[in-house]
Design a protein around this ligand. Structure first.
Ligand SMILES: [Fe+2]
Length: 285
């Protein structure tokens, strides 16, 4: 009897080990596949400050492409066609175009981003990885791609006589952040969008003139515990995970943090699918 009980317990142990090993293998394989599963994150953004001429206009926002040997030119081409397929009116880019700033990847990423198509313009800020090396080449390549760099700058975007303001700040970890170009000539009735690669910058804002902050950097945690938990300290000085992903209402402004496109460290994502953000502006009445 004792021998039989021993065999049953051995079989149970083997079964349990097989199940655990199978789950580990399946989740690991899936984590290598998830970076390829780019989805659209679509939502309407309502605000009374949105001018009537901009009601229904579409903004496409992408960040953290991280062109590298893990993110090929072919994947980049597919990404661009997915962006252009939405017929965006404005395209915003949130930084981290490469991972290590290798010249060949800087040139290849911006030669492809040059084919982005938006009648009201393509605007960008830099991320922390863009400061790694060859910063000047990155800036020149952005200009050559006909993309307007908004690090510590801002611009009015017009439709006839109506306008919205789009501004940007330098990366929180590697640059200064000057908000005044975005806020100096606006009043509380203007609609203002601010690009900041790092969402933690929004915690430092002390104005209600910015209506929407768009950020990346977090990669949505990149490798999470089934989307419920991530090691947030890797991208943030805070551990609350508040700016890991999604739309966050701070009262005086709203922040949208995208999970981004590419990966860092490992070419893996788990329950943090890459996304193209499509925002339809809606005038709140
Ligand atoms: Fe990034």
């Amino acid at each position: 009897m004792q021998g039989r009980a021993h065999i049953i317990s051995k079989n149970k142990k083997r079964f349990f080990t097989t199940v655990v090993a199978s789950i580990a293998i399946v989740t690991s394989v899936y984590a290598f596949v998830e970076p390829y599963l780019i989805k659209y994150e679509k939502f309407s953004f309502f605000d009374k400050d949105i001018p009537a001429a901009f009601d229904g206009k579409r903004i496409v926002f992408i960040a953290d492409i991280h062109r590298s040997h893990f993110f090929s030119q072919n994947r980049l081409k597919k990404l661009i066609s997915m962006v252009n397929a939405n017929s965006p009116d404005i395209i915003l880019l949130g930084g981290d175009y490469t991972t290590h700033g290798e010249p060949q990847y800087i040139e290849s990423v911006f030669s492809e981003l040059a084919t982005l198509n938006a009648p009201l313009g393509v605007y960008a800020v830099l991320g922390n990885h863009d400061h790694t090396q060859y910063l000047y080449l990155t800036k020149v390549s952005i200009k050559k791609a006909n993309i307007q760099l908004l690090d510590n700058k801002a611009t009015w975007v017009y439709i006839k006589h109506e306008r919205i303001k789009i501004g940007g700040v330098g990366d929180l970890w590697h640059d200064i952040q000057t908000l005044s170009p975005t806020t100096t000539d606006v009043n509380s009735h203007d609609f203002v969008i601010l690009l900041s690669h790092n969402p933690d910058y929004a915690r430092t804002l002390s104005t209600d003139l910015v209506d929407l902050v768009l950020s990346g950097h977090s990669h949505g945690g990149q490798i999470t515990f089934f989307g419920l938990w991530a090691y947030d300290r890797i991208y943030s000085n805070y551990t609350d995970g508040k700016f890991r992903h999604g739309l966050i209402n701070l009262g005086f402004t709203q922040v949208f943090v995208t999970k981004g496109i590419g990966t860092v460290f490992l070419p893996m994502r788990f329950f943090a699918r890459p996304e193209i953000v499509v925002i339809t502006l809606r005038k709140e009445i």
